[in-house]
Design a binder for this molecule. Structure first.
Ligand code: ZN
Length: 408
């Protein structure tokens, strides 16, 4: 806390939040709904819903969706030029949460567990540039601009997304999902979704540099600002329907309770409100609410179906794994994925990095067994049948890995 704030410790809570505002730490969590209401986004949902209805019944042979991501890190100070490790953590967070591999799925209340959705999608850092060169998927762009305001209209170019205005031009948005990181004012993050609704050059997510990966900047300190925005990018609305508490708005999801308004902090379960005054209450632990990062842990099944259908309808031929794959030794070997094999009821993991811990969870997130490993290879006899989650934690600060596997 800044010194001038510490003198106010006996003053009322409202002043505490003022101090936080003054230090730039308490931005509104998301600017996407304001942006959509302010311009061409007005008619977005009815139009998308009409498109999606045709796809939900038709698509049954879906393969894993792949989203190659390029990060444009626009910085004016050393502090803003954040470390690669935060961006690697961000990719990991996206994969964990969308695939329902997040360890805190265990915190989802029992009443909502049957409604948790898992999406067959993989996010990866771009490894091949539009010119065909090897890249690490992170562009570092020094700028003279000290701040970038949150966009308030889709009708005008967004400065952070264009080189000529101190930002960085998007990579072809049909091949890459673009995320801009900058010193953002007005909101923590916001999204311009793909399709015919915005200029393709402005398609993507913008996020404040303080809220990427495990940043330590509470309350949005685990990378879930980008999880929330990515879901906007894939067509989802806020869970309370952005209706200002009237209970008449909707997020168009059949399995999310009607909710009056957004949630702050992390309430105790159940949280009842004017729109859902009894039973299990509202789904404040959903990624499309505003509760703290360590409080949110689920998408619903309908949300996942909607995002898959949105992808199929809006961008069916856009993205391929090729943009994340290199044939030579471009990736440092210690960052390559571990190889997992199963033979004679024994699960074996081989990695190029030193493994510290090896955990096995069931799909409810309960830890079934854990092993301390001091090496790059580990085997364990498996006694169970069904689907499980294997977690590999490394000794270095590289992100761990979580993979699902099936034992017959
Ligand atoms: Zn939002």
């Amino acid at each position: 806390m800044k010194p001038y704030c510490s003198k106010l410790t006996l003053i009322i809570t409202a002043l505490f939040f003022f101090c936080m505002n003054a230090s730039g730490q308490e931005l509104p969590p998301c600017g996407t709904s304001l942006l959509m209401e302010s311009s061409t986004g007005n008619d977005y949902y009815p139009e998308v819903n009409a498109i999606i209805e045709n796809y939900q019944s038709e698509k049954s042979d879906r393969s894993t969706l792949v989203i190659p991501i390029v990060f444009h890190l626009i910085y004016n100070t050393t502090e803003q030029n954040i470390d690669d490790s935060l961006i690697h953590q961000q990719i990991q967070r996206l994969n964990l949460d969308f695939q329902k591999l997040n360890a805190d799925t265990i915190n989802t209340p029992e009443a909502f567990k049957p409604f948790t959705g898992s999406m067959d999608i993989e996010f990866c850092l771009a490894r091949i540039s539009p010119e065909g060169d090897i890249t690490n998927g992170i562009l570092r762009i020094a700028t003279d601009e000290t701040i970038f305001p949150s966009a308030t209209s889709y009708d005008v170019p967004d400065p952070v997304k264009h080189t000529i205005t101190g930002g960085s031009d998007a990579w072809n948005t049909s091949d890459y999902m673009n995320i801009w990181i900058c010193n953002l004012t007005g909101s923590t993050a916001y999204t311009a979704p793909p399709g015919n609704f915005v200029d393709p050059a402005d398609d993507g997510i913008v996020c404040h540099y303080n809220h990427i990966g495990n940043s330590g900047v509470a309350p949005y300190d685990l990378g879930r600002s980008i999880v929330h925005e990515m879901a906007h990018w894939l067509g989802l609305k806020h869970i309370w329907g952005d209706d200002g508490g009237t209970c008449e708005g909707t997020d168009y999801m059949a399995d999310t309770p009607n909710q009056a308004n957004w949630t702050a902090g992390c309430p105790d379960f159940p949280l009842l409100d004017a729109c859902t005054p009894d039973g299990a209450g509202v789904m404040y632990m959903n990624y499309m609410d505003y509760s703290r990062d360590d409080c949110r842990n689920m998408f619903s099944i309908a949300q996942v179906l909607y995002m898959q259908s949105f992808y199929d309808a809006i961008m069916p031929t856009y993205y391929t794994i090729d943009k994340c794959t290199v044939d030579d030794a471009g990736i440092p070997s210690e960052y390559e994925k571990a190889v997992v094999t199963f033979f004679n009821e024994t699960l074996t993991v081989k990695s190029n990095a030193m493994i510290s811990t090896f955990n096995i969870y069931n799909l409810n997130g309960q830890l079934l067994e854990t092993s301390n490993v001091m090496g790059s290879e580990h085997s364990v006899a498996i006694q169970y049948t069904g689907m499980f989650i294997l977690e590999i934690i490394y000794e270095s600060d590289r992100p761990g890995e979580r993979v699902k596997f099936i034992m017959n």
